[in-house]
Design a protein around this ligand. Structure first.
Ligand code: BGC
Length: 735
């Protein structure tokens, strides 16, 4: 029997109740096993937040006790490794790994994650995120691949390929999920789940691009976003879900809602008067699986029975669900086998280490890096709240920073903090390494509620100006200051932590929280060289820290081996190759600072803030130098060719970045948009010609009528080391 007739036949046997049940997704950890088992027997189509033996029990109930014995599909959030499992490999966060600009590495990370997820019996991973983080106040910035549509699309598509492999039914692959569709990161004021005031022209121009790549990569599922577009919630957004996603882009996989969003149409977004109306709206708009809102079941049945909703809508949804289940061969392989022994295995840990190493971004270096083992350095002070705090190093979405009920909340080895990494690098060298905590990242009462810490900082500034004695009042800062004063070098680990990021956790203020600014000011008074390491979920506004530091390294959330990776860069064991996937503001009020904003002509600068961001997209230093020359463009194949040379004396890996500007277009375009990139490893003195073929999309504009066209004429093609003008060479071509 062909796949189509198998599915048609099955649908023809299904009652209305069975169709409705197939569309329901039950959150096992929230409702418990007893309730979940009842749902399995009723033919619920899927479950989330459940592991191991519980999956087996639920699947057994679905396949033995439900009338049609349709297997269920089990999903989880493994956004940076299968990190809800305490034994799994925890990779750097997506934003961190985006700094590698390495498609294949991200594919490998996703493949390793899939193997671990599948080994726990799960079929479906709610990853990757294709949202753009163009306003870093957003709490979920760290879950994204940064601010640029091209980079996010390329890396996300690579991860889709890694999760799904070539065969969704293989033991070690899982169904990927492109989320959150669409423009979720663009919510006004970066308030998680709020309305996004953009037009559909803008959506097509900017936010659709990465999702298009998800479809090209074969992504089998999409998740709708919590928010709304210009007042229409995505859960009920027919234009986004049906007209664009299905009809235009031809997506034929599963569309799943986000957590309980059908209910939110009633109680939060208030566009539906009751759950019946909300269920009808969600199904009509094009959602196939309804996450968590189990009241959908009765409601949708009633809507069909009473003639307000066509049963065919349910048939279509069920067809999408069953087709994916068939591709996964769930009838023959109801539980994913995975690869026994792969959870946290050596090969995956090594991959996590490599991902962390290649993600480290050096942003400033006045010559103090790499740290040399000369006689001048006898004692290194490692100071700061994030130097030895594995929770801060991990960030969000791990078993102990975002735990499911009943899961152990204590971090388990292996992991290496920055302090441990520095100790390992200096072992046997005679250099003494001492540690001081310094201050808290945030006081408990600071988080989300008060800002009275400002007074505390003022006090610290005053103390610094009035000499060193008074700070004895503050035992941690005092201890750190004494240590710094008697050391030859300070490594300062600052940033934020997981309590300041994630869902429901946007920030109005991107300054360093707690007394961290004060700590820097006091320590920088001693004229001991300072290397600042930013361990943070996102870009923070740290101009003063940068000014007071001799070197700045951004590590974001490097996962298990983040600390080790940074230490290797600091001591020159690894030439840093990370490039920023997101720009840093000078101050919060300067946001947005993403590099490809549309131009204006009244300076684009606030009178009380510099014009340029603190650090820009694509930026990242190395211990060697790269020079670009010979930029050419072949208009026939749309191929850019450029020669890049390593002119320093250390081997290094450069990320060749290509930007495009459409010189005159009928609708405004950015002065530059990333259009291609490739990594090249170069020995000292070596040069290489790099050819990068650009997509048609790079040359397209979206017109006010929402069509996309290439407007022929002149284009600037730029190639170089970062998105900064001074780092790029340019030619003008005619297309
Ligand atoms: C998040 C999704 C996630 C889902 C299931 C939601 O709150 O927005 O990203 O996949 O929960 O855990």
């Amino acid at each position: 029997m062909s796949d189509k007739s198998f599915i048609d036949n099955l649908i023809s046997q299904m009652t209305l109740e069975e169709k409705a049940a197939q569309m329901v997704q039950i959150p096992v950890s929230a409702v418990g096993m007893e309730e979940s088992l009842k749902w399995a027997e009723m033919g619920a189509g899927s479950f989330l937040n459940v592991f191991g033996d519980d999956i087996k029990e639920l699947q057994k109930a679905a396949m033995e006790k439900s009338r049609l014995k349709i297997p269920a599909i089990f999903g989880t959030d493994a956004v940076r490794g299968h990190a809800e499992n305490k034994d799994a490999t925890i990779f750097p966060s997506s934003l961190t790994m985006a700094a590698t600009w390495d498609r294949d590495l991200l594919r490998q990370v996703a493949a390793a994650t899939a193997a671990e997820v599948a080994t726990d019996g799960l079929h479906w991973d709610f990853a990757p995120l294709f949202c753009l983080a163009r306003d870093p106040r957003w709490g979920r910035t760290g879950e994204t691949f940064g601010e640029d549509k091209y980079l996010a699309g390329e890396l996300g598509a690579a991860q889709v390929r890694g999760y799904q492999g070539d065969d969704l039914s293989a033991d070690d692959t899982v169904l990927a999920c492109a989320k959150h569709y669409i423009a979720y990161g663009e919510a006004t004021g970066a308030r998680d789940s709020y309305d996004t005031e953009v037009t559909f022209r803008k959506i097509r121009d900017e936010f659709l691009s990465p999702f298009r790549k998800a479809i090209e990569a074969g992504c089998g599922s999409f998740m709708t976003a919590y928010g709304s577009i210009d007042g229409t919630p995505l859960t009920a957004n027919k234009k986004a879900l049906r007209d664009i996603l299905r009809d235009e882009l031809g997506f034929d996989g599963i569309v799943v809602t986000d957590w309980d969003t059908v209910n939110y149409l009633v109680v939060r977004q208030k566009v539906c008067k009751d759950i019946n109306e909300a269920s009808r709206a969600a199904a009509s708009a094009g959602n196939d699986i309804i996450m968590c809102t189990s009241a959908f079941y009765d409601a949708v049945i009633e809507e069909v029975r009473e003639g307000r909703l066509e049963e065919k809508i349910l048939d279509d949804a069920v067809r999408h669900i069953l087709s994916v289940k068939l591709k996964m061969k769930l009838w023959d392989k109801p539980i994913k086998k995975g690869i026994p022994g792969s959870i946290g295995c050596k090969a995956h840990l090594e991959l996590a280490k490599k991902a962390a190493e290649n993600s480290v971004i050096m942003l400033k270096n006045d010559g103090v890096l790499p740290i040399s083992f000369n006689k001048k350095i006898r004692k290194i002070a490692v100071i700061g709240p994030n130097a030895n705090d594995i929770r801060a190093q991990y960030g969000d979405w791990t078993y102990f920073t975002h735990p499911l009920p009943g899961v152990k909340k204590e971090p388990a080895r292996p992991y290496v903090t920055l302090l441990e990494g520095v100790r390992a690098q200096t072992e046997g060298s005679g250099i003494k390494v001492e540690y001081a905590y310094g201050c808290a990242v945030n006081r408990p009462d600071y988080h989300r509620e008060t800002k009275d810490i400002g007074a505390f900082i003022d006090m610290c500034y005053e103390i610094n100006e009035h000499g060193t004695d008074n700070y004895k009042q503050m035992p941690f800062i005092n201890e750190a200051a004494s240590l710094a004063r008697e050391s030859d070098l300070v490594i300062l680990a600052l940033g934020d932590n997981y309590t300041q990021a994630g869902e429901y956790t946007d920030r109005a203020d991107l300054d360093l929280s707690g007394m961290q600014e004060a700590l820097v000011r006091i320590i920088s008074g001693f004229k001991v060289p300072i290397i600042t390491v930013l361990i943070a979920t996102k870009p923070l506004a740290i101009p003063d820290v940068v000014k007071r530091s001799d070197a700045v390294v951004c590590a974001f959330n490097g996962g298990m081996f983040g600390g080790e990776a940074v230490a290797e860069v600091l001591f020159g064991k690894k030439n840093p190759e990370g490039r920023l996937p997101i720009s840093f503001p000078v101050m919060t009020g300067q946001v947005p600072v993403y590099y490809n904003q549309l131009p204006g002509w009244h300076e684009g600068r606030y009178v009380d803030c510099p014009k340029e961001p603190l650090f820009v997209f694509g930026e990242g230093l190395s211990y060697t130098w790269y020079e670009y020359s010979g930029l050419k463009f072949d208009a026939g194949t749309k191929t850019v060719t450029v020669t890049v040379a390593n002119t320093g004396d250390m081997k290094g890996t450069e990320t060749v970045q290509i930007y495009i500007n459409d010189k005159v277009s009928s609708i405004m375009t950015a002065d530059k948009n990333l259009a291609g990139f490739e990594k090249v490893e170069l020995e000292p003195g070596e040069s290489r010609e790099v050819s990068i073929r650009l997509d048609d999309e790079a040359f397209e504009v979206t017109l006010p009528d929402e069509t996309r066209v290439i407007e022929h004429g002149e284009f600037d093609i730029m190639a170089g080391h970062s998105s900064r003008d001074e780092d790029l060479i340019k030619i003008t071509v005619v297309l």
